[in-house]
Design a protein around this ligand. Structure first.
Ligand SMILES: CC(C)[C@H](C(=O)O)[C@@H](O)C(=O)O
Ligand code: SF4
Length: 468
């Protein structure tokens, strides 16, 4: 066996309990995040089997998908949503699991609160019944989404049955132009390799442009790994990672902190480690991007136009992209900057963090949301909300005509009262633009927070490279 290992190999080896001759492996799970949508059947099955949660202190529960972002104190009107949230609360209490209720200032989107609490740590294996668990890989963790039966398995045993995914490296060299950010990087990667481009792989993001990103930006990149088909995404931990985590409630303290940091410094891939697949991108050449279709790979430069499916050689592709254009109500050749918006949504586990909100505030301060547009800003957690308010960002947003909400998944997906009406067109900082994702027949364009902010003011897409 070659001595050179990738960071993912190292984390895998550190957690491997057993491998069968057919490659099926059992790995230890360090951290388990739980939300209300994917966990009820798992707890129920556990109860029926007469089992208990193996390591409750390494499990953290929060309600985020179904929770309203207005008048939370009034409770949840929708009976199904209310039942799911109440069930999670009961399951957590019965099993001795920490639960952040809607009234708790630490409540928020599961992928925002994990890092905030220092529950997410480098070198760890982290799972959650949620595809965007890949977000936590920004800290150099192997973090992946799991299904309901796997949730039950992890609750009961703190282990998971897996086949080892392959290694892929995406290197983004160079410096990002002004106005181009982490969201543009990941959308450009998905545009380049497609939604199946990383299937069966764990992506390590590397290169100067990735190292230059803040932890927030790195989370944005890792968050969307799943949209490229990857099992997980990760980034080598460095001084920024350690600075972000230091003194967080769940992070190691005192001597244990020093020991942990010393171990985390050993995590990065060996220089001669071999990846099964390599992709390179030049950050300096990236424009701000917009999705035009109903898949995150349908990416176009803001300075470009809606592509013509007729140019595609593959018949199935041609048909599916035509259908996407039809659903989106767009015409081939239409200039992206001519696309007018009805709604703007700034938030989600992709772009609902403090750095995103600061950027938006800088851009919209002293300006007004366009008359045609209804725009809302939803912080990713209660702590993000508090921080934003302490900095006066909420005033800037409200003065500019944005709505300022309570934290949750909100309009990222139509599981709570925040949704698009049929035919409405939205610039959204979330991660999925599937048909109906933000509401029945709603039309979603995925963009960066900067692009969403500019679109809210102008009423149509604008090239933010010229924004001042
Ligand atoms: C509801 C949940 C299981 C789902 C996921 O797995 O990602 C959601 O968070 C999403 O973003 O589509
Ligand atoms: S914000 Fe969106 S992507 Fe993230 S967990 Fe919630 S629904 Fe899923």
């Amino acid at each position: 066996m070659s001595a050179a290992r990738t960071m993912f190999d190292r984390i895998w080896d550190d957690h491997l309990i057993d491998t069968q001759p057919d490659g099926t492996s059992l790995i230890y799970v360090d951290r388990h995040l739980v939300h209300e949508v994917s966990s009820p059947q798992a707890f129920e099955a556990l109860r029926l089997a007469g089992r208990t949660v193996r390591v409750p202190e390494n499990t953290l529960a929060v309600a985020d998908h179904n929770i309203p972002t207005l008048n939370r104190a009034a409770g949840i009107a929708d009976p199904d949503s209310r039942l799911q949230v109440e069930t999670l609360e009961r399951n957590a209490a019965e099993n001795g699991i920490d639960f952040f209720a809607g009234s708790d200032r630490r409540q928020g989107i599961v992928h925002v609160i994990g890092p905030e609490q220092g529950f997410t740590l480098p070198g760890a294996t982290i799972v959650c019944g949620d595809s965007h668990t890949s977000t936590h890989g920004a800290f150099g963790a192997f973090a992946m989404g799991i299904g309901t039966s796997e949730i039950e398995h992890v609750l009961a045993t703190q282990t998971l049955v897996q086949r080892k995914p392959k290694n892929m490296r995406v290197t983004v060299d160079g410096e990002l132009p002004e106005g181009v950010g982490a969201k543009d990087i990941i959308l450009a990667i998905i545009g380049e390799i497609g939604t199946g481009g990383a299937t069966g792989h764990v992506i390590e993001y590397a290169g100067e442009a990735i190292r230059a990103l803040s932890m927030e930006g790195r989370m944005t990149v890792c968050n969307m790994s799943i949209e490229a088909g990857a099992r997980a995404g990760l980034i080598a931990p460095d001084e920024k990672t350690f600075a972000y985590l230091k003194d967080r409630p769940r992070a190691p303290k005192g001597d244990a902190w020093d020991t942990a940091v010393a171990a985390w410094r050993q995590l990065p891939s060996d220089p001669d480690a071999v990846f099964d697949r390599e992709v390179h991108l030049d950050a300096a050449a990236l424009p701000p991007v917009v999705t035009w279709g109903t898949s995150p790979e349908d990416v176009v430069s803001v300075a470009g136009s809606v592509p013509d499916p007729a140019d595609l050689t593959d018949e199935t592709q041609r048909r599916s992209k035509r259908q996407a254009l039809d659903y989106m109500g767009l015409l081939p050749g239409q200039r992206v900057t001519d696309i007018e918006l009805d709604r703007v949504f700034i938030g989600s586990c992709t772009n609902g963090r403090i750095e995103d909100l600061r950027l938006v505030a800088r851009m919209v301060e002293g300006r007004r949301v366009h008359d045609r547009v209804s725009a809302m800003i939803v912080p990713g957690s209660g702590l993000v909300r508090e921080q934003a308010e302490a900095e006066g960002l909420d005033r800037i947003f409200l003065d500019a005509g944005f709505e300022w909400r309570e934290p949750g998944c909100s309009m990222c997906l139509a599981m709570n009262p925040d949704r698009l009406e049929p035919g409405e067109r939205c610039a959204s900082t979330s991660n999925r633009n599937f048909e109906g994702r933000q509401g029945f027949r709603g039309r979603t364009h995925l963009v960066s927070p900067a692009m969403a902010a500019a679109a809210a003011i102008a009423g149509h897409f604008v090239d933010v490279r010229g924004w001042s």
